[in-house]
Write a protein that binds this ligand. Sequence first.
Ligand code: URA
Length: 235
Amino acid sequence: MSISRGRLDRFISEKCQINRKSVRLLLAQKRVSVDGVIALDIAQAINKFSLIKFDGQIIQENRALYIMLHKPVGVVCATKDDKHKTVIDLLCLKLTPTEKASLHIVGRLDLNTSGLVLLTNDSRWSEQLISPISKVDKHYLVTLKNPLHHDYINAFANGMYFAYENIITKPVKLNIISQYCAEVVLTEGRYHQIKRMFGRFNNPVMALHRTSIGSYILNENLLVGESKFININKK
Ligand code: URA
């Protein structure tokens, strides 16, 4: 058992099957520590990454995991799939089965899109990265079947109506790099958004590659299929 956020007394009471009055006594006897510090306050806030010890024995210990993966084309952004290899199958990092099972994907990519995928077990971090409110930029390199046209720039910036969702897309930045290549910057992630936007011009996307999510940039030394732990305090 671990919790995402809560009070220390509630956690100990549930974990050790004792009433809250007894928890108060344990704390007064200085038998509980949180992150190496003796806990005295029954209402102390804890989260699923707090290291909690009772009489020196660990009763909760979870590592916060932050992973960068260079996703290849043909691998699915899911935790399980019957047909395709998943991003989880690709991970070649030291993770326990429980840690592996705790991971979720921060902003999925389509099967035939490559590039940066972030994985974590810290939903506070991932929510802040994918929430439309935080307007985090996601950069993509796109290769198209037909030549690009400057008209696209305004159409992307003005937003497009997506009937299925009944929404107008948020402004999208389009930087034309060459006749068939462009950089696209999204602040949201609608289903097949980039393909659908170029689809309005009957211009199929031939290749799509994500290079960054906010300040997390796909490490150029990370080969296709490789993954590494990242330190979110020091990028
Ligand atoms: N837009 C798409 O069409 N596909 C992706 O994988 C990401 C953005």
